[in-house]
Design a protein around this ligand. Sequence first.
Ligand code: GTP
Ligand code: MG
Length: 360
Amino acid sequence: MKLHIVSGFLGSGKTTAIIMAARSLMSRGKTVGVITNDQGKYLVDTAFFKLDDIPTVEVTGGCFCCNYDDLDARLDQLIETAHPDVIFAESVGSCADIVATVVKPLMQLRPQGLSQQSFSVFSDIRLLQMRLAEEELPFSDNVIYIFDKQIEEAGLLVINKKDLIPRPEADAVFNLAREKFPKKTILLQSSLISDDIHTWLYMLETNQLPADESNIEIDYRRYGEGEAQLAWLDAVVCVSVPEKKGQGFVRKLVEQIALVAERNNAAIGHLKFLIKGSAQEIKVSIPTIRDSRWKEEIPFLDGTQFVVSINARIEMEACLLQDQIRQILQELTKDTDVTISVSDIDYFHPKFPNPTHRIS
Ligand SMILES: Nc1nc2c(ncn2[C@@H]2O[C@H](COP(=O)(O)OP(=O)(O)OP(=O)(O)O)[C@@H](O)[C@H]2O)c(=O)[nH]1
Ligand SMILES: [Mg+2]
């Protein structure tokens, strides 16, 4: 059984790449399992993997490193129930120091061992381009510190979403990254392109562990402060709209929630929605650097009843985020014949990271 741990900042494309890789492996007769991870619950990603019939288990309520025993147990559960040839474990996008706290413990502490393990780190090419050019990222210094530390510990760095910038610019980012990080294996990828996913899978299969076996130096105070500056909000909302009004309603809902960040001058880490109707389930995603394409991801929606799961990770105060989202929901019910009920809502700032193990 092979385990591929996939790390990288919020919205960098981890889930997309894993789904594409899983589809490719499954089409070749392999069995694949996934472990998702998040500080919150009602995870959009878990639901999204299940849409592809990929056996998926969750480690929720904190990162893999602070819930190592749960990760270990979920790994056993997945092996027992799904007998996967390959498991992908996607770590939460605000987590760093994974080599010391997850990769090494899994290699050294699991009695039955793993036939192979890999560790790759994703980065959205547009954020990396800005960072390498020393342009200001929209996050506070401590959040940027996490972004940097994730990249620092990568043995295999995947510069993802290359299709979103012109090819010469993408090549320039790749060359600059190679100059700056000569020890790393670096891939320039679009997770939407099958050939790129095959190359990534090939790199994983040829066992890309961290380039440098020594741990990164990381200041847990800064790392903890960075995580605590991000607000997490997870909600499940039941919506009833008149026939043929679903698409317009959902577009408005997503737009209004994205505007909360803008109004508060706050950076979005990742804003994700899963919209479940009687015949359709769709994911809508707004990452840090957004464009209007998300609107096209929302097709005509059949039916009148929808369950909308919201996972918002935004750099702002969690109570304020909750207040403003509730206000938006209330205002949307002022539209004729729309009813909205919040069946669950949870909002918080991640707790200080306190890894179960740290192996040097
Ligand atoms: N154009 C383009 N879009 C991509 C690519 N990879 C991912 N995306 C989009 O980027 C957004 C975020 O992708 P996800 O796969 O959900 O990112 P993630 O890293 O799993 O996000 P978190 O789990 O929230 O940290 C989605 O809208 C994806 O469709 C890519 O290579 N090219
Ligand atoms: Mg994800």
